[in-house]
Design a protein around this ligand. Structure first.
Ligand SMILES: [Zn+2]
Length: 353
């Protein structure tokens, strides 16, 4: 068993918050990048999260099918099979940003499938799913979150929500870089009142604090991780005053929310450390691992172009254009970036036994 059971996932999230570290959540789009993520977590002896995006799940099913549910379940089936051979680490599977237009063709059918798995005495294929309500008003965002949280309880999965809006571009969707990049303590209180703090189901919250997807030159992105501390404190005050109940006892009364950090690629060590201190337990890394993977392929092809290609009437070298030659280099490079993410987030060597 190296894919987390629901109980083990809850333990992982609590252990990270209590221990002041976070899990890299690595986006993958193929079995190669999935294997690279597993290799990286194992090298770091870190538990972790592996996730597929709305576009990644469709891509996983093949371009002809382009089906999100098929791709997600194929990803999960492959992960369950291969991860079982890494006995020292535990990995949770997650679906990333699901905006409202994809709920009916992606996350809702997956939850239905998992509710069925649980009904038959099994564990869910995934351990958590994200609802991205950043494009709808907060009230509507929380209406949907409430419905999905109820289904998540039945599916034995954890829900991730987004409050505010992550800027930048991902999966062909882009969001403005404006004041919505910063959520507020009042948003935090509103979320806790509406969704509870555990008694109605477990969820993680991505309160935005200036996050953007993608790579930017220094100075474009202004992260304010201290905002996460202000949000946690505002809710902790309400809990102490008895106006908001809280049922999860993870030993962190001052950090009621399990937080998620989006757009982790390219962030400074200080910003990451501060965010983790304020209760971030999951940080998404996509851009940097994408680059590490492709950089290694470019390196292989530029260095061996006359072996990879048939140049000037020559026949090239089969060993050099065999996809495994550049593929294994790409996987090793991406695994190394995953190891680096574990080090940044403090999860290295912390795999739960
Ligand atoms: Zn994101």
């Amino acid at each position: 068993m190296t894919i987390a059971t629901p109980e083990r996932y809850a333990q992982m999230l609590d252990a990270a918050k209590r221990g002041g570290y976070a899990y890299p959540a690595i986006n993958v789009t193929s079995t190669q990048t999935l294997n690279a993520a597993l290799q990286g977590f194992d090298d770091a002896q870190s538990d972790g999260i592996i996730q597929v995006s709305v576009g990644g799940s469709a891509y996983f099913s093949g371009q002809a099918l382009h089906d999100r549910v098929t791709g997600s379940l194929a990803f999960a089936a492959f992960a369950h099979e291969v991860a079982a051979k890494y006995p020292d680490i535990t990995v949770a599977l997650h679906t990333d940003h699901c905006a409202s237009q994809y709920l009916d063709e992606w996350v809702r059918p997956l939850l239905d499938h998992e509710i069925d798995q649980v009904r038959h005495g099994g564990n869910p294929a995934f351990q958590s799913h994200m609802w991205d309500g950043s494009t709808v008003p907060l009230g509507e965002n929380l209406d949907v979150a409430e419905e999905l949280l109820e289904r998540s309880v039945a599916a034995h999965t954890v829900l991730e929500i987004e409050i505010g809006a992550v800027g930048g571009e991902e999966d062909g969707h882009s969001a403005a870089i404006n004041e919505r990049l910063y959520s507020t303590p009042a948003d935090g209180v509103r979320v806790a009142r509406r969704l509870g703090l555990g008694e109605r189901g477990r969820y993680m919250a991505a309160f935005t604090f200036g996050n953007v997807h993608g790579s930017y030159k220094p100075g474009v992105v202004k992260l304010r991780p201290e905002l996460l501390g202000e949000i946690q404190s505002a809710v902790a005050v309400e809990i102490k005053a008895g106006t908001i109940p809280r049922s999860i006892d993870d030993g962190c009364p001052d950090k009621p929310f399990a937080l998620v950090f989006h757009g982790g690629s390219g962030s400074s060590r200080e910003d990451i450390a501060q965010a983790v201190r304020f209760g971030v337990v999951k940080m998404n890394v996509d851009t940097d691992t994408q680059y590490a993977f492709t950089r290694a392929i470019a390196n292989h092809i530029f260095r061996h172009y006359d072996a990879v290609l048939k140049v000037d009437g020559e026949v090239g070298s089969k060993a050099m254009y065999d996809p495994r030659s550049w593929g294994s280099e790409a996987e090793n490079a991406m695994a190394a970036r995953v190891v680096e993410a574990c080090r940044q987030l403090g999860s290295t060597g912390k795999a739960l036994r």
